[in-house]
Design a protein around this ligand. Sequence first.
Ligand SMILES: [Mg+2]
Length: 348
Amino acid sequence: MGKKRAGGVGAGGELEVIRQIRERAGAVRRGSGLRLGIGDDCALIRPGRDEELAVTTDLSIAGRHFRLDWHPPEAVGHRALVRGLSDLAAMGARPVAAFLSLGVPRELAAAPDRTRPSSKTSWVDSFLNGFFALAKTHGVPLAGGDLAESPVALADIVLVGAVPRGTALLRSGARAGDRLYVTGTLGGAAVGLKRLAELNNPEVSGPFSDEEWHDALSPQLHPKPRIRQGLALRRRGLATAAIDLSDGLSTDLAHLCEESGVSATIQSELLPLAKGATLDQALNGGEDYELLFTARPKTLVPRSIAGVPITCIGHINEGVADEPAVMIATGRVAVPLEARGWQHFSKT
Ligand SMILES: [Mg+2]
């Protein structure tokens, strides 16, 4: 951040925005691993001896991953960072540094946020408020990035984490006989998205209490990355495989099965549905950012980790070629579960 000259962003100009970002980045306490942050041509990262770096990148685009007219900017900043942190959690990695590249339409850079008439801060400032609040919670410093004027608002986030060599939780470790678990509840983000749509539809009227809105919207606007749970699963050697639920259980479980060369059966009555969520939202809604993991049948998996409940939702079977990888059972009747979570470039 700082060496690109992409033309002024808004009335404050790119340099002013970057100055503010740098100031705020400096306020987040550094964890171990980041040697040099914003200010030079590159950041310098030195993982601990016997550590590996875990690196992930996620793109958030207005109109695809969030809606400017629905999602408050601080929620967009929070969610952009969650996407990266959740990937680190799924590997059991400790966050070391974040890199953020922002593309911002001119009118969102300096002007007060017009999506919220009472707001005096710009969309970018509010985005950064959400981003830095979560960064602080997890002690992950912003170590660099880029800023450019763009026809569409977008945030590209890179997260670097560290994990002791050879111990990262992989998608590929599940074996027949393993039990299947999830953290937290499922479908809450989909319920929140539906509520956001209702909020923005004048034909759907409340009245809902503030508390009710907050409860319903928060899994969508402020999902919690399960960093502590991922670290605990790795450190205690509980999980054989793990993935985070970003696209939806049906799709993400299929990814895990494919990488492990196994199949899986979910028991529908065991699924921990979020308040108000349907089975379909729990299976296909996506954006819950919970962890899905497998453990050997003899492993004693705790009922909760750091206050977040852990639920056994099914088991892993041998993979059989040409047979569906994921089944869903109600009682003893099992049917194939189609991967109907989030997919870019899909026909539906
Ligand atoms: Mg992931």
